[in-house]
Design a protein around this ligand. Structure first.
Ligand code: FAD
Length: 350
């Protein structure tokens, strides 16, 4: 982002940091003519030559909106701050409206262990050492099972247990060496991790693993025994994991990941059209007002994030910003300098 900002500045863009937008300026017809920002010295009025484009993020830190529109997020911690829905509220005050629920959420933890490890149906335990969900549920929906974890200090925490043969058993791409990066204080210089968030553990016995993870050893052992029995029977009588996904935990050393599911983003904002113009109650664009990014539209169309390609929200949001800018400046959607595949493939193709 810093590089993009520097490049824009070199082209003549001006940035006013620490100057949050606090109010839109509208004329008698409702057309948006500018925006007022506030900094340490007071208020600054920005007159819009063409339009105001709002890109102030999602509403995960506005507890009142979260309670009303995404109540399932309430028990979980948030990964962002300052996402207080200022942009969404400014649009609504100017005549816009929220997209209908469901608002897709990204509820993630790709820091405790390598991202690829989230995709295997390892046995999942709550902090009492007991299973609580069907392990085939994808990461993006783990929160829906964890919401029942009422007695936990933080409902986002739970454990996933597997053994040292996980690569062969699950056809896993992650190597033991890369997993070791995620064991707290194990390597002097772990690579590609946030040291404060890594939470993967290894132990020679299940008793030791339980102690490291801080869950009752007798419950963890009983859960592993029951899991292994289900594997032998070919039937998970507790949570219905499919027969081909039930793989025994029997080869030491044993591994445990302490997951921490939190909210990365809520992906829904105000109703916009295909040019990112904010729509009023009659589906008419409010002149001079655009909204882009997580504060605009409903990228997943009311479905949850697990049906949308991972990593694509930044791509979609940057593209929205680009085309809203083009539309505000030209009234059309034709870029003056379209990116050509041959020019940019050097960044992506080896
Ligand atoms: C840990 C983490 C990992 C993620 N991983 C991925 C990933 O791998 N791939 C992916 O696609 N997405 C990922 N996301 C989600 C993605 O980062 C967000 O959905 C995306 O950045 C939202 O973009 P945005 O432009 O809408 O808003 P933001 O990036 O949230 O930017 C909004 C900006 O507006 C500012 N602002 C707020 N109020 C005001 C105001 N009143 N006036 C002026 N400015 C204001 C904020 O300070 C902020 O700088 C991740 C998020 C997190 C937290």
């Amino acid at each position: 982002m810093t590089r993009l900002a520097n490049a824009a500045e070199a082209e003549g863009a001006q940035f006013f940091y620490d100057t949050p937008a606090v109010q839109l300026i509208q004329d008698e017809s409702g057309a948006v003519k500018g925006v007022i920002g506030k900094n340490e010295s007071g208020y600054i009025k920005f007159n819009a030559a063409k339009a105001v484009i709002i890109a102030a993020g999602d509403y995960q830190n506005n507890e009142s909106l979260v309670e009303r529109y995404s109540p399932d997020v309430v028990p979980f911690q948030r990964k962002q701050f300052n996402r207080t829905a200022d942009g969404i509220l400014l649009c609504i005050l100017a005549g816009g409206r929220f997209v209908p629920v469901n608002h897709a959420k990204t509820m993630h933890d790709m820091d405790a262990a390598p991202m690829f490890m989230t995709s295997y149906p390892f046995m999942a335990l709550n902090d009492e050492g007991k299973r609580f969900m069907n392990e085939e549920i994808p990461m993006e929906s783990w929160d829906l099972s964890l919401i029942w974890n009422k007695n936990a200090e933080d409902r986002g925490h739970f454990f996933r247990i597997f053994d040292n043969e996980f690569q062969a058993k699950y056809n896993a791409r992650t190597s033991i060496a890369s997993l070791e990066n995620y064991i707290p204080d194990y390597l002097e210089n772990p690579t590609g991790v946030y040291p404060g968030l890594v939470d993967t553990h290894r132990a020679d016995t299940l008793e030791e693993l339980a102690e490291i993870l801080g869950i009752p050893a007798e419950n963890l052992i009983a859960s592993v025994e029951a899991w292994n029995q289900h594997c032998a029977d070919g039937l998970d009588t507790e949570f219905g994991v499919a027969k081909d996904k039930m793989i025994p935990i029997d080869t030491p050393p044993y591994w445990g990941i302490r997951q921490w599911i939190r909210c990365s983003a809520i992906n829904a904002g105000v109703e916009v059209d295909g040019c990112c113009r904010v729509l009023d109650a009659n589906d008419e664009p409010i002149p001079g007002l655009y909204s882009v990014g997580s504060g605009a539209g409903n990228i997943c169309g009311g479905l949850e994030w697990n049906l949308y390609q991972g990593g694509l929200c930044c791509g979609s949001y940057i593209t929205m910003g680009r085309y809203a800018g083009i539309h505000a400046a030209t009234g059309g959607l034709e870029p003056s300098n379209p990116a050509k595949y041959d020019e940019i493939k050097k960044f992506w193709v080896k």
